[in-house]
Design a protein around this ligand. Structure first.
Ligand SMILES: Cc1cc2nc3c(=O)[nH]c(=O)nc-3n(C[C@H](O)[C@H](O)[C@H](O)COP(=O)(O)OP(=O)(O)OC[C@H]3O[C@@H](n4cnc5c(N)ncnc54)[C@H](O)[C@@H]3O)c2cc1C
Length: 404
């Protein structure tokens, strides 16, 4: 029997976007035989319960690192075309820009009752002319003319797109399941090695029963995002908490993703500080906005124990409301937090083989894990089924180079 015909037992640890896309591409590879092989996606809490369900979802050809971005950007388009991603997970091309804006006072007070702020959305011909001269696109009409100072182009629908990360990740995991992937809920506690140092099993605590169980494996793929170190301590992955909100604006808004510099209104004669929330318009009348990260609360043991600081969410609501009536008067539909998987050595992500035979890794995707998820899954599936990555050159991201 050739090596290719041998039964494979593959365990993926972590059902975020990286684990789910890996499960998808492993199960859609021509060498996978669902009668013969076993692929298990082991998820501690729920699919997309961490950053993969709470991220912005921006995709960009100008993201980093270069060695995987074009592949992953293309795969997003192909997946959307193949599986109805526009309807299923909100895939669409968008414009993207960076804006400088001045925040207006008392953002949580409606314009009509706020002395200085009355008629903020009144677009005089003169004001509009000045904005056009400053390069502000005509259809970016949901940021107040009174606030907007300048617009710098970052991308357009040929280079920039978006998905709804939660819907994308859960749909991709479901598509993998349809192809024969077994989703198991439990928390990996140990990766076991045989006497000759080769991966042979994963021990885990089953979610429902709390019982300690074991999955035999010839290949283990570690995709536990910011929790990667809990399972494999030498991985140079750290965690950074970030808050975000979603808002139903008062009307449909044009498809822009905005990186902002907002100078908040003066308080007590003091110049307001500058804040930089990112604001992404989504289909179905939804706007996503996220703020800066914080290191106040260390990573909890699981995604369902992440603490949400309501005041940080309110700061984001106030900041984005200070430059847009549509957002200020909209309905807040989610206040949430999650942990970004950062890489403490190099810029990451880490994708490929570790120094332990049979142990692969796809982790540390920082702020571009949604963009780079499909490319990571595709490359890891090639490594498993073909023994080498053929779709991209990922030498610089090899986990072994980072002590894993
Ligand atoms: C505020 C914010 C906005 C962002 N916006 C964007 C964006 O616009 N575009 C973009 O490309 N990226 C964005 N990102 C980055 C992106 O969200 C992450 O890079 C990506 O989600 C990481 O995916 P992951 O699968 O590695 O990790 P996670 O999503 O954290 O998934 C890890 C999974 O592993 C599970 N797990 C952990 N430990 C175990 C264990 N022991 N056993 C079994 N399972 C385990 C967890 O429960 C979790 O489900 C953003 C991130 C943040 C924080």
């Amino acid at each position: 029997m050739s090596a290719e015909q041998q039964k494979r037992k593959i365990v993926i640890i972590g059902g975020g976007i990286i684990g789910s896309t890996t499960a998808y591409f492993l199960s859609h590879h021509e060498k996978f035989d669902r009668e013969r092989d076993r692929i298990t996606l082991l998820e501690a809490t729920k699919i997309a319960g961490g950053a993969s369900g709470k991220a912005g979802g921006l995709l960009a050809l100008w993201a980093y690192p270069n060695c995987i971005v074009p592949l992953s950007y293309r795969l997003h388009k192909e997946l959307a075309d193949k599986h109805g991603g526009a309807e299923r997970w909100g895939y669409r091309a968008v414009y993207c820009g960076s804006i400088d804006a001045r925040g207006r006072a008392s953002p949580s007070t409606p314009a009509k009752s706020n002395g200085d702020s009355v008629s903020l959305q009144k677009r005089s011909e003169k004001a509009l002319g000045l904005l056009r001269a400053a390069g502000v696109p005509k259809d970016l009409d949901w940021v107040s003319t009174d606030s907007l100072v300048s617009y710098d182009y970052m991308g357009d629908p040929t280079t920039t797109a978006q998905v709804h990360p939660y819907h994308f990740t859960t749909s991709i995991a479901a598509l993998a399941e349809e192809k024969g992937v077994n989703v198991v809920y439990g928390s990996a506690t140990q990766i076991c090695k045989s006497d000759d140092g080769v991966v042979c099993a994963v021990e885990y605590k089953e979610k429902k029963s709390g019982e300690q169980k074991k999955l035999d494996a010839d290949t283990v793929i570690l995709t536990a995002g910011p929790w990667t170190r809990e399972v494999w301590p030498q991985a140079p992955i750290s965690a950074l908490r970030a808050h975000s909100v979603t808002i139903k604006p008062t009307r449909d808004v044009s498809a822009y993703a905005l990186f902002t510099n907002i100078e908040l209104a003066r308080v007590g004669g003091k110049r307001g500080r500058t804040v930089t929330p990112e604001i992404y318009a989504r289909p179905n009348q939804e706007i996503y906005a996220c703020g800066e990260g914080d290191t106040l609360i260390p990573l909890p043991t699981s995604s369902d124990l992440v603490q949400v600081d309501e005041s940080r969410c309110q700061d984001i609501v106030d900041q984005v409301g200070s430059i847009s009536d549509e957002l200020r008067d909209g309905e807040i539909t989610a206040r949430q937090a999650c942990y970004l998987p950062n890489v403490s050595r190099g810029s990451g992500p880490l994708i490929g083989e570790t120094s332990v035979k049979g142990l692969l890794m796809g982790a540390g995707h920082t702020c571009w894990g949604i963009q780079n998820g499909p490319g990571t899954g595709k490359c890891l599936s090639e490594l498993v089924w073909e023994g080498r990555v053929t779709s991209a050159k990922l030498g610089s991201l090899e986990p072994r180079k980072y002590g894993c």
